[in-house]
Design a protein around this ligand. Structure first.
Ligand code: UD1
Length: 418
């Protein structure tokens, strides 16, 4: 297993190019199951989760190639309808195959993903939604089996705006005759990008990006050429990472239009941000940040995926800040590692209170999930001395070439192959 050796830095400057969005690319690639025709997707980030998607689609019978950030998918055989445990275990988003398989073949089977380090993560909203469309759900050998004689359009109100359930339901509804309305759906920008891709395949979708999506089913979808939006979580991570050290960083091929709350928090902490349309400049004050508190929330609120990174940033704030995690029940796994670097944090249930210290100290640390890993990179880069970060494979699931990008602007990070 690879490690990162990270030394604290005082100042960085230069340009970093932002990759395509992981959370938009995953449903977009999986939506290729809705058509027999060729699908070509550009600006796909090179990530372990994308590799897992390639393996999953190949397993199901698609033929995929992935070179130079371009993913090409064709279909020469009949497809399997089952996402097995070994593939779902690696990546929860594998359950997104259920929607398109159900729509096309009236049957789908996927292994129950089980818990993970950030929480129990049930799939009840996905399953309740499929039931509303006329599907029958049963369980066999740890798998969920979904089947339908006839799927019917319906009005479905989600009890929580789940990103994955919204996407699964959209993929099922696009091929069901009549109008399906999804209420209280997720409003994340990735949903809008995903809907734009589906529309390019011939789907009739209105309202993506708002809390009600209307879908008029069509008989079939066509192939498509589409380019994935920039990764807003990678953008936010680099914005916060740059703020945590002194300097001036330009993030290219992205904007912070989908990161309004995060930008506001950064500005309140003392950082200057210039959105230049297709790039974002972060100018840090060089001083310890001012404390900024918030509660995570579905979009447009503060994203849970940047909570850990922000918490690491606040470890050096001049004063006390509080972070309330409202999306996942166990998303403070990074706190134990930060304490070992000298941070002062107390956690009570879903709230962390951070009392800033002048400087963290490098230490051996371990990533427990993608975003906790990114948080530890922020902490180690702003600390004095050397840190060795283990379980880098978590970070490789969500950040494309993070160490090369960081080194190009002066961060001190090297990968030790294990
Ligand atoms: C997606 C993102 C992930 C992000 C999360 C929340 C992808 C590939 N991943 O994950 O990076 O952190 O949104 O913004 O896009 N829930 C249920 N029942 C369900 C489904 C979800 O109770 O059937 C709960 C979850 O346990 C969690 C909350 O709803 O507490 C949000 O989950 P959801 O929006 O579904 O997240 P994902 O789609 O898994």
């Amino acid at each position: 297993m690879d490690n990162f050796v990270i030394n604290g830095v005082k100042s960085v400057s230069g340009n970093i190019s932002i990759s395509g969005s992981k959370n938009a690319a995953l449903p977009i690639l999986i939506s290729s199951l809705l058509t027999k025709e060729k699908v070509e997707i550009e600006n796909v980030p090179k990530l372990r989760d994308i590799q897992s998607t390639l393996e999953l689609l190949n397993y199901l019978g698609k033929k995929c190639s992935f070179t130079s950030n371009k993913f090409v998918i064709s279909e020469n055989h009949s497809l399997k309808h089952h996402a097995p445990y070994d593939l779902v275990r690696k990546m929860r988003a594998s359950i997104l195959v259920a929607g398109p398989l159900l729509a096309r073949f009236k049957q789908a089977r996927f292994s129950l993903p089980g818990g993970c380090t950030i929480g129990v993560r049930p799939v009840d909203i996905h399953l309740e939604s499929f039931k509303k469309l006329g599907a029958h759900i049963s369980y066999s050998g740890g798998d969920v089996v979904i089947s339908a004689k006839h799927l019917k359009a319906a009005r479905v109100k989600l009890k929580f705006p789940s990103v994955g359930a919204t996407e699964n339901l959209m993929m099922c509804a696009v091929l069901i005759e009549g109008e399906t309305v999804i209420e209280n759906c997720a409003k994340e920008p990735e949903i809008k990008d995903f809907a734009d891709c589906l529309r390019n395949m011939g789907a009739l979708i209105e309202g993506a990006g708002s809390s009600t999506i209307k879908i008029m089913g069509v008989k079939k979808l066509t192939g498509v050429k589409y380019s994935v939006m920039p990764d807003r979580i990678e953008t936010g991570t680099f914005m916060i990472l740059s703020a945590a050290v002194q300097g001036e960083i330009n993030l290219l091929n992205t904007s912070c239009k989908n990161l309004a709350v995060v930008s506001k928090c950064l500005e309140r902490s003392g950082v200057k941000i210039k959105d230049c349309g297709n790039s974002v400049k972060i100018i840090s004050s060089g001083k310890r940040p001012k404390p900024v508190s918030f509660k995570t929330a579905p979009y447009p609120g503060f994203p849970t995926d940047l909570q850990a990174v922000w918490l690491a940033y606040m470890c050096r704030a001049k004063g006390k800040s509080a972070i309330h995690e409202s999306i996942f029940e166990n998303r403070f796994m990074h706190v134990g590692e930060l304490l070992r670097m000298g941070a002062k944090i107390t956690v009570t249930e879903d709230k962390a209170v951070i009392t800033g210290v002048d400087r963290l100290k490098g230490a051996p640390i371990m990533a427990s999930d993608i975003r906790a890993g990114a948080a530890l990179i922020v902490a180690a880069s702003a600390a004095s001395g050397k840190s060795t970060l283990r379980r880098v494979y978590h970070i490789d699931r969500g950040y494309d070439g993070i160490e090369e990008k960081m080194r190009s602007v002066g961060f001190k990070i090297i990968r030790k192959k294990g």
